[in-house]
Design a protein around this ligand. Structure first.
Ligand code: S3P
Length: 170
């Protein structure tokens, strides 16, 4: 029988919601490996997310993102999986999440707060122009998708990393 202890814990949410930071803390607390989608994509491809977007385009990036998600979910050791923000866009990814025995937690953040938290940088080329507008549009487009895959929703606004970790564990 499956129990919470032998299932992956997957964090989903927008860029800047803290998936990697919270995931790292959760992995340490639970004594599990952290599988961070963007880091796995970059290691696998030997180039940055930005380079993949620039050279091959978003569709190619999304295809790699799907492969990495499926591989992470197939990992035999229970892990904390910090999924990349766009992972909910593809129906096949949402099916993979729902079909797995993983617990999926949506780290929900107000897009206005995200604007203050996110930095562009090498793995966020989509935020190069008008980050505020992009984040607002993304949130509107994705909110229902995060909700669709989530077993639980944890609001991160105004909370410390530790408070979010405790809320996820609860
Ligand atoms: C993206 C989120 C990024 C990265 C890429 C696209 C998105 O990951 O995969 O820039 O579409 O939301 P993080 O959510 O880890 O920032």
């Amino acid at each position: 029988m499956s129990t919470a202890v032998d299932r992956h814990l997957v964090l989903v949410g927008m860029m800047g919601s803290g998936k990697t930071t919270v995931g790292r803390a959760l992995a340490a607390r639970l004594g599990r490996p952290l599988l961070d989608s963007d880091a796995l994509i970059e290691a696998r491809e030997g180039r940055t997310v930005r380079d993949i977007f620039a050279a091959d385009g978003e569709d190619s990036f999304r295809a790699i993102e799907t492969e990495v998600l499926v591989q992470s979910l197939a990992n035999s050791e229970p892990a904390v999986i910090a999924a990349a923000g766009g992972v909910v866009l593809r129906a096949e990814n949402r099916s993979a999440l729902r079909g797995s025995r993983a617990r999926v937690v949506w780290l929900r953040a107000d897009p206005a707060v995200l604007v203050e938290r996110v930095t562009g940088g090498p793995h966020r080329p989509l935020l190069d122009d008008d980050p505020e507008g992009v984040l607002q549009r993304m949130y509107a487009e994705r909110e229902a998708l995060y909700r669709e895959v989530a077993d639980a929703i944890v609001t991160v606004d105004g909370r410390s990393v530790n408070e979010v970790v405790e809320a996820v564990l609860r």
